[in-house]
Design a protein around this ligand. Sequence first.
Ligand SMILES: C[S@@+](CC[C@H](N)C(=O)[O-])C[C@H]1O[C@@H](n2cnc3c(N)ncnc32)[C@H](O)[C@@H]1O
Length: 278
Amino acid sequence: MFTNIVSHRAVALLCLAVFSIAAFAQGADKPFVPRAGMPARDVARLPAEPVMVNKMLELAKAGPGDVVVDLGSGDGRMVISAARHGARGIGVELNPDLVKLSRSTAEKEGVAARTRFVTQDMYDFDLNQASVITLFLDTKINMRLRPRILNLKPGTRVISNTFTMEDWRHDDTIRDETKSSCILNCVAFLWVVPAKVAGTWQLPQGELKLEQRFQMLTGNMNAGGRSVPVAGRIRGDQITIAAADTVEFTGRVAGTEMGGTIKINGVPHGWRAVRIGK
Ligand SMILES: C[S@@+](CC[C@H](N)C(=O)[O-])C[C@H]1O[C@@H](n2cnc3c(N)ncnc32)[C@H](O)[C@@H]1O
């Protein structure tokens, strides 16, 4: 009798074990389905609307030769779309399930060779390899990333879905025109990392002193014993400065040198300047 009970129990336990293993195996096979609003450490998951993915990549003019890094890449849609535009894409995402899903979608879409997904905290990721950075985070996180972004190579483009960089005004913006009112996921901003040009520059004609606040420039041109206020703008390494109403410098900055074309009363000449002080 006792042996009978024991053997029944053993069979029951065995059945339970087999059932549990089968159930576990089935759970493991079940595809991971990401949910909007899924909690995450710094910002909850909310995927960019497909129209915004395209508009953001257009705003960045992302294409072959670019490395597009999406910080907090979610299901990988931005990176995969960048690869479809001919760029190389890197997704940085804390959630390993989303990284796994991104890799398998990239495989299915035939762009796996141009994409890479890493399970990593975005704050630890080396941004120097990016020519384009896409963000759909929040203003607080943008502001935490901002000092690092401002130290990247001039010309690096940064596009943020919805959220700004506060007093660093954007260089350009796009909006999903199909939405009559827009709060979230329907507007994006572009910043182009400006070269650092604050300081004193020597030109054959005189001395140019520049102050810089992000991409905006102010200062003075001192020539022939006169000082004329100047104002300008820098987008990546492309500089434009106006002095009085009649003089406009346009050109390119390369480290401690810059130069290009100066128009005086509409007549073009060449100009070149060398930095002589910070
Ligand atoms: C609003 S979603 C944006 C997803 C994607 N970029 C898009 O536009 O569809 C933000 C993503 O950031 C991820 N995330 C949050 N904090 C992170 C961190 N510190 N490092 C990496 N990823 C993070 C979340 O898991 C989530 O997938």
